[in-house]
Every structure is written in C-alpha cells, then in structure tokens.
Design a protein around this ligand. Structure first.
Ligand code: GDP
Length: 369
C-alpha cells in the first residue's frame, strides 16, 4: 500500500525509513490529504529547502533528464573541496544546456586572497575537468556575498529556461536554493504534480513568478571525500567554519606532519623548504620524524593523535600511502578531498607522500593561492 503512494508535490515514491533519502515522509503525515513528502512540506510551509542525497547511478539518471530539456544549470562547487565536489562529465549528461559555476564557501579562503587569481584558477580547473561554463561566480552563502552577481547571471542566461541546481552533498545547495526561493519564487502557487503535468520525478519544482521553475535536484554522494567518511562529530572538526589561517612549516627531508589522526604528510626527499597547510583550524598539526611516524600512529592514534577518537579511527578504512615526485619549478597543492591541501612552495623539487584512509581522493594540482 505505502509502496504505491507518491508525493503530490514532487511525485516521488514516499518512504518513512530514511530521512536523508528522497521521498521521506514522517508516518503521521500519511494521515493528511494531500500527502506530500517532508522536503515539499518544508518548501511549501517554511520556504525552506532541505537536501536529500542519491548515489551515483541514480544521480546520472537524473542529470540525463536535464539533457532533454531547455535548461540553465547552476553547478555549485565547494572551494574548500573543489576537485572533490566538481561533477566531472556533467556536460555529457546535460546536453548543450548552459552551465553557471557557483563556487561557494569562498569565505573559507584566507582574508588576504587574490580573487582574480582564484577566478582564473577556477576557470582552468573547470576546463581541465571537462566543463564548459558560461560564467564563474565566486560566492559565499554564509556571508551572503556574490549572490547578487549570481542572480544577475541567472537573469542573463536563463531566457525562458527552467533553472536546475546541481551539486554534491554539503556544498551549500540548500542555502542557495533558499535564497533563490526568497528572491524569485511564487509560492502562492501550489506545488502539485496535477497542476504541472510532466513534472520530473525526484526533483522538486519550485515555481518562479514568471511561470518557470527552479528545480532542486538531489545531491550526489561522492565517497571519495573525507567529509563523507567521518562521523558527524569529526565533520565539525575537518570542515573549517571560518577563514583558514595557513600554517607554514619549514621542514627538512625526513620529517612528517600529522593532521590529528586523520592523515599525515611526509617530506621524503629534497632541500629544506617550506610547506603551507590549509586545513581547518580545529585539526591539530603535529610535527615528528618520518622514521618514527608509523610507530607513533600505531601506538597513539586516537590519543596523542586525535581527533578522531580511537573508536572513530577504527571505523575508518585503513590508510594508504600516495607518493608524489614534485618537479622543479612546479608550485602546487597536494590536495586531500575534504581535508584541505598542502601548498608546496618550493621550486627545487621534492618527493612527498600522503597517508589517508583508502578511497579518499588525493592529487597534485596547480596551487590555488
Ligand atoms: P547542501 O548539502 O549542499 O544542501 O548544503 P547545505 O546548504 O546544507 O550546507 C552544508 C554545510 O556547509 C552547512 O554546514 C553549511 O553551514 C555550510 N555552508 C553552506 N554555505 C557556506 C558558505 O558559504 N561558507 C561556509 N563556510 N559554509 C557554508
């Protein structure tokens, strides 16, 4: 019986098991008529969007539906986890529709930042990820900056298209949608399938005052991000909530820096040089000798090296080691998805390594700052 029930707002099959998944509806809401899912309920009654998430296959299927429409796509990316939150191959799925890149959380970069350089960096990284974008807007949902420009850009590129908002989890999508709802929408209209035949299932259509829609797609879960792996408590540790204060270390070869018990960075070979850590201020940095590092972790993970607690470290996958040979003259970041990055300032070359739980994306990229 419950299986057959659908939300009369967005059309999704209703379920009352998992709050984070599409179609969640509290048991008591099944008594009401018409029945709508919690996500639609919140939009309708509180003008507030909340995020639901889906796995990769389902997400790509949803993106594929955009390909057949006249759409403007806003792709939200998290500047703190750029390579971890970019949807590579987006364009393959959405056809020729224009894309606006909204790069969120720029408040996390140091106060003194060359924004032109960041913008150029974003443009280049986006291109390398195979994205062709109409425009890049740097913004902060938290500080409410950059949004006027974003809304302007939406006006410029929308024409008479619907606006689809896509992004990975935790990039700030609901914050953005809420902003769009406040500035653009006409919620006196009903959110119902019957009034909007052909409504795409699983995507919440929010009516705009010009008869078009903003469509909120579920967030995609990328398991290669540290932020998807840790406990909620540790998430509050690794995600910065204020501008990062870069920590500069002068290291000799044979030295290691631990990021609490989350991971470690080894300077294996090269001349004495400086490395700058861009991680949350709540992640304690601990410098030690490389030759002692394995033993230190084996004996003191979750104690001296904490957070995470012993218990939470045990729940994470085992560490794997990623080694990189940095060539001369190559200013770059050693990027750890969801944890931050280490800028390699040197121009003389170095051999370095990172140890993090298996599955987390680690890569060398041109330095952002
Ligand atoms: P969603 O999962 O993409 O819908 O993301 P949310 O809007 O729920 O935001 C996820 C997390 O990122 C929350 O902890 C927000 O407070 C935080 N967040 C969102 N926007 C910003 C921003 O501009 N700057 C910072 N520092 N944090 C943000």
């Amino acid at each position: 019986e419950q299986e057959a029930l659908r939300c009369s707002g967005c059309g999704i099959s209703l379920q009352s098991e998992d709050q984070g998944k599409p179609g969640y509806t509290p048991k008591q809401a099944f008594e009401r008529e018409p029945i709508i899912c919690q996500r639609c309920f919140r939009i309708k009654n509180y003008n507030e969007s909340s995020s639901v998430t889906v796995e990769q296959d389902e997400f790509l299927r949803l993106l594929g539906q955009i390909g057949g429409k006249q759409a403007l796509v806003i792709h939200i990316i998290d500047i703190f986890d750029f390579q971890g939150s970019v949807i590579s191959g987006l364009q393959r799925f959405i056809g020729n529709n224009p894309v606006l890149l909204a790069v969120n959380k720029i408040d996390l970069l140091p106060k003194v930042t060359n924004w032109n350089k960041v913008r150029n960096w974003v443009q280049k990284e986006a291109k390398d990820a195979g994205l062709k974008v109409e425009d890049v807007v740097l913004c902060s949902a938290k500080q409410n900056s950059g949004f006027d420009r974003l809304l302007e850009a939406v006006g410029e590129y929308r024409g008479d298209r619907d606006v689809y908002v896509v992004g990975a989890t935790n990039v700030g999508k609901s914050t953005l949608i809420n902003r769009l709802i406040r500035d653009y929408s006409d919620l006196d209209q009903e959110l119902t399938v019957s009034r909007y035949p052909g409504t795409t299932l699983d995507m919440v259509h929010i009516p705009l005052d010009d008869g078009k829609y903003i469509i909120d797609t579920p967030g995609i879960v990328y398991p290669s991000r540290y932020s998807e792996l840790v406990s909620p408590q540790d998430l509050g540790v690794i995600l910065p909530d204020k501008p990062m204060k870069p920590a500069v270390y002068q290291l000799n070869e044979g030295q290691t820096i631990f990021f609490g018990g989350f991971g470690r960075f080894d300077f294996i070979q090269g001349n004495r040089q400086s490395f700058t850590c861009f991680v949350s201020g709540r992640v304690p940095l601990h410098r030690t000798k490389l030759e002692k590092a394995d033993e230190l972790f084996a004996n003191h993970a979750g104690e001296l090296l904490n957070p995470p607690s012993k218990e939470n470290i045990a729940k994470l996958p085992e560490w794997t080691r990623h080694e990189f040979r940095i060539t001369k003259g190559n200013k770059c970041d050693l990027f750890i998805s969801g944890l931050g990055w280490i800028k390699i300032n040197n121009d003389q070359g170095a051999i370095v390594a990172v140890h993090v739980p298996k599955g987390i994306k680690v890569m060398v990229r041109p330095s952002i700052i």
